[in-house]
Design a protein around this ligand. Structure first.
Ligand SMILES: [Zn+2]
Length: 354
């Protein structure tokens, strides 16, 4: 789910800007016998704000989202940012380089407006304006001759400011959930938006069910051989041509994250996992997922590739990946994905530093 054509990415340099170097990570000897090892140290350095879509500095409740008057005042703030979503697309400038805001006076009673949070005093909102359209039945035009185009943010994510595109994707995720949960699954009554968009509530007094946005947890794991010298790179049948990535799979009900990693690795490539270490997590709004990234170590190197799930999978050393990457037959996942983050982090590490 995290792959795309690397060649289409226009200016992804910002995605590499803050990546940690191996020298910044504590060495194994310095960490002693901590369990889980490096959770508070190395993994912290590997995670958090350095991944796109992680919303550094966004305070989701900074203005007290339960207070309707406060929310109305924030929406009227001239500095407020309103990200429009039209039929799952976000508004960008004609060059595809920036997300555009929607004028507040162009909102209608048909639009769903939700509060995303505050950053540096600026309130951010998302608005579902799907009911608006121009005379041709297409997306509404911006007023004043400004040129904008509605685009699926998945197509442009690697090229844009990580915070703004993250806001766009996050808003789209929540608004899609609101559209598909207008009725109560328990009693069938209407539901209404609550907590400025973080909940819905059934209007039936005898029911009053609360609904919360659905998030699909998925593990994603870079699997190494016992020595840590090689890792598994695979091609899923759904990947774009020549993209190679790490393994991933959704968490089943009743499973721990570690159990999902062990099960998925066994199912996809037939390896037994002897050790799992958390690396980082990333909201991936395009599939309503939370991606939870791990480094895993296999018991042995005997790959049994499940060809129903994968097109192929093989062991690769760091040198092999570095020599192959960018070639016509071997490209890495898109630069804004946690898959790419795990791979790049591993390439910069050694078996001693990871
Ligand atoms: Zn109900």
């Amino acid at each position: 789910m995290n792959s795309d054509d690397e060649q289409k990415q226009i200016s992804p340099s910002h995605l590499d800007r803050d990546d940690p170097s191996p020298s910044a990570l504590p060495r194994r000897a310095e960490l002693g016998d901590q369990t889980p090892r490096a959770f508070a140290d190395a993994s912290r350095d590997l995670s958090g704000s350095k991944l796109p879509y992680t919303f550094e500095g966004l305070d989701r409740d900074g203005l007290n989202r339960k207070d309707e008057a406060t929310m109305a005042a924030a929406l009227n703030d001239p500095a407020a940012v309103i990200s429009p979503v039209w039929r799952r697309r976000v508004l960008m400038d004609a060059d595809g380089e920036a997300l555009l805001n929607w004028p507040k006076d162009r909102l209608t009673d048909q639009d769903t407006v939700i509060f995303l949070g505050v950053r540096d005093g600026t309130p951010f909102f998302a608005a579902d304006i799907s009911s608006q359209q121009n005379d041709s039945g297409e997306a509404p035009d911006l007023a004043g001759g400004a040129k904008g185009v509605f685009i699926d943010p998945w197509m442009t994510g690697p090229n844009l400011d990580p915070f703004r595109v993250g806001i766009g994707a996050y808003g789209r995720h929540l608004l899609a959930w609101h559209r598909s949960h207008r009725f109560c699954g328990r009693c069938g009554s209407h539901t209404e938006l609550a907590k400025a968009g973080l909940e819905r509530r059934c209007v039936s007094e005898s029911c009053g069910e609360y609904l919360f946005p659905r998030i699909n947890p998925a593990t994603i794991m870079l699997v190494q051989d016992p020595s840590g010298e090689k890792c598994v790179m695979a091609r899923n049948h759904n990947f774009p041509p020549t993209i190679h990535s790490v393994l991933a799979g959704y968490v089943d009900a009743g499973e721990t994250l570690e159990q999902t990693v062990v099960r998925e690795v066994e199912e996809e490539v037939g390896l037994s996992v002897k050790k799992v270490r958390y690396a980082a997590s990333q909201p991936w709004a395009f599939s309503n997922s939370l991606m939870i990234g791990f480094f895993a170590w296999a018991e042995d190197t005997d790959l049994q590739v499940n060809l129903e799930e994968l097109e192929r999978a093989d062991w690769y050393s760091r040198d092999e990946i570095n020599n192959l990457r960018g070639s016509q037959d071997f490209r890495l996942p898109r630069k804004d994905s946690i898959a790419r983050f795990l791979i790049e982090t591993w390439l910069r590490s050694t078996p001693e530093t990871l």
